[in-house]
Design a protein around this ligand. Structure first.
Ligand code: AMP
Length: 369
């Protein structure tokens, strides 16, 4: 994801896709024009990258020139097209191919046809790399179209948002949902995730989802999900992935206008981590980081036995079950460190100390995310 001025954009069309679309257009044009020497007319500013790549691929002699028109204000296409530089050479009797980076409303095409009205060219053809069929309101024929796109604002590969983004070699699309901050609070049972999440959700105005808490709530309410989860939880085993993933998706959907989420106790397996990435992707968002509280095993056992005396949790009362939960964590869950490490998102935090000391350490890490 990238930020230009005040807006966020997500990757949309890769360099490879653009390259093959340009090649396809070149092949079609070269095939149609045969041995005529065409004049390619780029429409500045947006088309400079397209024109450059197009003519480099063009297999036969050709001429290149530019006209300069301006229409966009911020992210809106306006009706008011200004001609900043018109034609600077005589094109009588020539085969002209207009190279446009994008055609949406088609307003620029009106101005282009006006420019060529009195030029006695042999042929005038329109080629556009990107085309928004939903936005196009004119009748002019488009002879060559590279890639059809939905009616969303895009930047990159010559296209800008208030002058930024033209230099990007690939194309990005405006994110329509608001920007969220999401992180995974990670650590073995008893590391203090729940306690710290309560402070963090206040400080950063985030929704805290603890899968353990949601399961316990379901058990308390004797729901079908609760009954299913109970058999696994009582033994300190993980609830199967699909059940947990479906439940988490539903919890996120319940909070669709959240500023972001603290995921606590989720993901615990690679399949869950992948499902979470997909879920975030569907929301035009991502996990910003995994923040892991690191605490020694013996300290954990001691803390959990202490908590079991007052919490009433069956899985906190028995040392063997506690050790099994810690073992499950290292066997199945600790591998997630590698998952987030590979994305450069793992942040380890010392989880031994007073509650406020640990909160302070966490705040420092999150502020940097
Ligand atoms: P916790 O409160 O996070 O320690 O979770 C308590 C228990 O709930 C775990 O021992 C599991 O049985 C179950 N559980 C919680 N989150 C998950 C998850 N992401 N995947 C599978 N089981 C989970």
């Amino acid at each position: 994801m990238i930020k230009l001025h005040d807006l966020y954009f997500k990757p949309f069309i890769s360099e490879e896709e653009i390259d093959s679309a340009v090649q396809r257009m070149v092949d079609q044009v070269a095939n149609d024009i045969q041995d005529d020497i065409p004049v390619f007319v780029g429409v500045l500013n947006g088309s400079f990258m397209f024109v450059s790549d197009f003519v480099k691929k063009y297999p036969k002699p050709c001429e290149v020139t530019f006209i300069k028109l301006a229409s966009y204000e911020g992210v809106k296409s306006t009706d008011d097209i200004q001609r900043l530089i018109g034609l600077t050479q005589d094109l009588t009797g020539r085969t002209v191919v207009i190279l446009e980076d994008i055609i949406d409303s088609g307003n620029t095409l009106v101005e282009i046809h006006r420019i060529f009205e009195n030029e006695e060219v042999k042929e005038l053809k329109i080629a556009t790399l990107f085309y928004k069929p939903e936005a196009y309101k004119k009748d002019f024929k488009l002879h060559y179209v590279g890639i059809e796109i939905p009616n969303k604002f895009i930047v990159g590969y010559g296209l800008d948002y208030d002058a930024l983004g033209r230099n990007l070699p690939e194309v990005y699309q405006l994110k329509t949902t608001q920007h969220m901050t999401n992180f995974v609070l990670f650590g073995p049972p008893g590391a203090g995730k729940g306690t710290q999440a309560n402070f963090l959700k206040e400080t950063y105005n985030l929704v805290h989802i603890s899968t353990g808490d949601v399961f316990r709530q379901n058990i308390k309410n004797k729901t079908a999900l609760g009954m299913l989860a109970k058999s696994f939880m009582d033994k300190g085993e993980l609830v199967p992935d699909q059940i947990t993933i479906d439940m988490l998706n539903a919890e996120v959907e319940k909070n669709s206008d959240a500023n972001g989420f603290i995921f606590d106790g989720f993901p615990r397996t690679n399949a869950q981590a992948k499902a979470l990435d997909e879920l975030m992707d569907g929301k035009d968002s991502q996990i910003n980081g995994m923040i892991a509280l690191e605490v020694d095993d013996e300290v954990l056992v001691e803390r959990l036995l202490g908590r079991g005396k007052t919490s009433g949790r069956a899985d906190d009362a028995d040392e063997q079950i506690i050790r099994n939960r810690i073992k499950e964590y290292y066997k199945k869950t600790a591998i997630l460190k590698d998952y987030y490490d590979a994305q450069d998102k793992y942040c380890g935090v010392d989880g031994v100390g007073s509650i406020s000391e640990i909160t302070e350490r966490l705040n420092k890490v999150i502020d940097k995310l």
